[in-house]
Design a protein around this ligand. Sequence first.
Ligand SMILES: [Zn+2]
Length: 67
Amino acid sequence: MLKRGDTFNIGEICLESGVYRLKDRDCKGNSGCKSEDQREIPLVKGKKFPPCRNCKGRVIWEFVRKA
Ligand SMILES: [Zn+2]
């Protein structure tokens, strides 16, 4: 069972359906990427964690709550 604050890299398989927040990213400085900060997404168990929506760069996702 996931705890709030558990983190995941892009491409990892989601182990528990829930809401995840974009915690950190490698793509710095681009304003389009900056709008991704703190974005929350629903993700279903079995799906892969997605990259930055703007540049497809590497980001870190943080578990927030179960769906
Ligand atoms: Zn980006």
